[in-house]
Design a protein around this ligand. Structure first.
Ligand code: ATP
Length: 713
């Protein structure tokens, strides 16, 4: 539409130009005034100090001068004190003839020189007394002749002399503490401290410095500052090494927010820093802002939580899907309930709620859910499978119905807010929310899907993968939560299609990467470093395809919190809204009847994306354990370090290497990313070799070799 408008306006302009008369008495370009020329010269002249060339620079310079003047009395007193200590110490050494005494001691002639030294000491004491007397008399005379001004003047001169002596300089003499006192955060007013911290954290070189973009100022409950790094340095490295910088600044890393400044006004070397006065996540839970909302539009990004600076963080749900992972009791269910509440409060949204834990966390959602399953028995897993298969069929049907819609109703083959709310089209936003999804995904029950042997859990994974991949365009949103974010539980084919990720505290960096994505720990985002007492605090990696994910790679968010009673209240309100709109369907409306679906079509739909080479049964050890451990990653990863395999399988490295070698898999050295962001060379196996060994076994090559050898023996 905007393009058409644009071309219309171009036509309009052209007509006017053609109809106009040619005018050639072009008015002369006015000569800039004297003042303007002076201003231009002033701004570009290299003879004028940089601090005076623009208003902004002058402001910064004025603040610098003010800060210097404010801080200078303190620095002056400090320098005088250091000078005084130095002077007294030097005088003591002189009066006690320390250097002479030491030289005599070293040449073991102290006894010989004793009388000489004693005499010299006495003489120096006398000289000191004489000088003191003389100085006192001069001061007295000066006081009598010129008044106290003389005393003040001499005092001033002495103070300046002491300050010059005691000024801070590299390698200055003085007593050095063996262990100095604790470091404490103090950069807010002194940019030099920040520069030192960047140097200490090795984020800039010894001879490099920072450039100030925005002076340190109060922002919320902390200090904010924006700086430019030297030309060769990258802001991404500062984000990655946040912990080192926090240590150099002597603050806890949860208190330090480091962001790249991107887009307009930003570049790859511009960093925004914010240091909280105290732990920003220590306060009471933050109330969910939609507690009193009468309704909500699921198309709007849902208020998900707040960041360290207490700024609202929204999470778009339509067009994407969400994976939440954490160890138990970290706030996983509460985190999922937040987007769920937004979806509940939109009466045009259909909800599939499955809870693998079976507690009362999701009980209230029964009143609004179109499909509801709660429990971890086999009948619950089969119900989940049937409901998901029904939804896969629904997605297929939506695609075919959408292709028949007029272009003005459906301009791209994507759902629109109007389509989702049109009851005649029957394509509401449909959310599949599964808490403790591992319960269903790990179900080992044998399942035959269109002749392919798999497990019930494997089939559910395939159905979810299809829904997360194909569903978003037709209004299906998948939200999964798990307390076992390992590669066996959430297969990589499923993880790969889940757009948004939220990791609360997890056990180690591997689990964190499983939730947030490969190598996120090396980019400064590791959910295993979050604190246990920070409930509901996690790392959010928004979908890169959404507006929220374009600018930000990931950020730490504290989710909104609602009590059980408040959640129940929201569900009741959601039910009332659906009753009023006439959209209360399925389980909530007492209708659990299954819709007939074309199972072959579902199996066919899944087949395309999920077919994998079959793993033969009775594989020899340790190949079988390796296959079991890697699961679908056998197809998705290129290389697996030996250390990872021996740790996961709990085997002796030497024996493991020998057994793998016997099966035709030789370890190779390869570069892998390390925890510190660098790469390191480690021993391991290329998955292609492991797959080849499996295929050889499947083709009975290994077996027949053994037989031949046995025969030969
Ligand atoms: N956003 C939050 N702010 C403050 N506290 C929270 C927040 N989210 C959760 N909590 C606290 O953490 C506790 C555990 O939350 P929740 O039950 O959601 O965790 P979970 O990970 O789902 O646990 P489980 O693994 O047992 O299901 C809650 O009782 C609550 O006190």
């Amino acid at each position: 539409m905007s393009t058409e408008e644009g071309s219309g306006s171009f036509g309009h302009v052209e007509r006017h130009v053609f109809e106009a008369d040619l005018v050639d008495d072009v008015s002369p370009v006015p000569k800039p005034s004297r003042w303007r020329r002076f201003a231009r010269w002033w701004r570009s002249s290299t003879h004028i100090p940089a601090g005076l060339r623009s208003r902004e620079a002058a402001k910064n310079a004025a603040v610098d001068v003010a800060l210097f003047l404010l801080g200078s009395p303190k620095s002056f007193v400090g320098a005088v004190w250091r000078g005084l200590v130095l002077a007294v110490r030097t005088w003591r050494r002189w009066v006690r003839v320390v250097d002479y005494r030491e030289a005599a001691e070293q040449s073991e002639k102290l006894a010989d020189k004793f009388i000489e030294i004693r005499e010299l000491t006495l003489f120096r004491w006398k000289l000191t007394g004489a000088v003191a007397l003389f100085t006192a008399s001069v001061l007295l005379v000066a006081d009598l002749c010129f008044g106290t001004v003389a005393l003040w003047g001499s005092g001033g001169v002495v103070a300046v002399a002491l300050a010059v002596t005691g000024r801070r300089k590299e390698g200055a003499p003085g007593r050095k503490a063996v262990l100095s006192g604790p470091r404490s955060f103090a950069w807010a007013m002194e940019p030099q401290v920040l520069v030192d911290a960047f140097r200490d954290a090795k984020l800039v070189g010894k001879d490099e410095s920072l450039r100030l973009v925005e002076r340190a100022s109060r922002a919320g409950d902390g200090w904010a500052i924006t700086v430019d790094l030297p030309a060769t340095r990258k802001a991404a490295d500062v984000v990655k090494n946040r912990e080192a910088l926090a240590s150099a600044l002597a603050v806890d890393e949860v208190q330090l927010v480091v962001e790249r400044v991107r887009g307009r006004g930003g570049h790859a070397g511009r960093v925004f820093l914010w240091v909280a006065d105290e732990d920003p996540y220590a306060g009471p839970p933050v109330r969910f802002p939609l507690l009193e909302a009468e309704w909500w539009d699921a198309w709007r990004p849902i208020p998900f939580g707040v960041d360290a600076r207490n700024r609202k963080v929204d999470l778009p749900l339509v067009w994407t899907s969400l994976l939440v992972g954490a160890i138990p009791r970290q706030g996983k269910t509460s985190a999922v309930r937040v987007p769920a509440a937004g979806l509940v409060l939109d009466p045009h949204t259909r909800l599939y709620v499955f809870d693998g834990k079976g507690g009362k966390d999701w009980e209230a959602a029964e009143a609004v859910a179109h499909r509801f399953v709660c429990g971890d028995e086999i009948e619950h897993a089969t119900a989940v499978r049937d409901h998901l298969a029904e939804l896969v069929a629904e997605v297929q049907s939506r695609y075919s119905r959408m292709s028949k819609l007029d272009d003005d109703v459906c301009p791209e083959s994507k759902i629109t807010p109007a389509i989702s709310r049109d009851s005649a089209l029957a394509m509401p936003i449909t959310a599949v929310i599964i808490d403790e999804v591992q319960v269903f995904l790990e179900n080992p029950e044998r399942e035959d899907v269109g002749g392919r042997k798999t497990t019930l859990g494997g089939y559910i994974a395939d159905l979810l993968t299809y829904l997360a991949r194909k569903g978003p365009a037709v209004g299906v949103v998948v939200v999964l939560a798990t307390q076992r974010p390992d590669s066996n539980t959430i297969p990589s084919r499923l993880r790969a299609v889940l757009g948004s990720r939220f990791a609360l505290r997890v056990m180690d960096w591997r689990d964190s990467n499983i939730v947030l994505g490969e190598q996120m720990n090396t980019r400064g985002f590791d959910a295993s470093t979050l604190l246990t007492n920070h409930k509901g605090v996690g790392i959010l990696r928004p979908d890169g395809d959404t507006d929220a994910g374009e600018e930000t790679l990931a950020l730490i968010v504290r989710t909104y919190y609602m009590l059980n009673a408040e959640w129940r209240n929201i569900c009741q309100r959601g039910r009332a809204l659906r009753e009023a709109t006439g959209t209360l369907t399925g389980h909530a409306n007492g209708d659990d009847a299954h819709r007939a679906i074309d199972e072959t079509a579902v199996v066919k739909a899944l087949g395309a994306g999920t077919a994998r080479a079959p793993i033969p049964e009775n594989l020899p050890e340790p190949l079988a354990s390796v296959c079991h451990y890697l699961g679908s990653e056998l197809d998705e990863r290129d290389f697996v370090p030996s250390g990872e395999l021996t740790a996961a399988l709990d085997v002796v490295p030497g024996i493991f290497a020998q057994q793998m070698g016997d099966l035709g898999c030789r370890p190779t050295r390869n570069r892998v990313p390390a925890d510190d962001g660098e790469t390191k060379r480690v021993r391991g196996y290329f998955t292609a070799e492991i797959r080849a060994a499996i295929q050889r076994f499947a083709a009975d090559e290994i077996g027949s070799d053994e037989e031949t050898e046995d025969d030969g023996a």
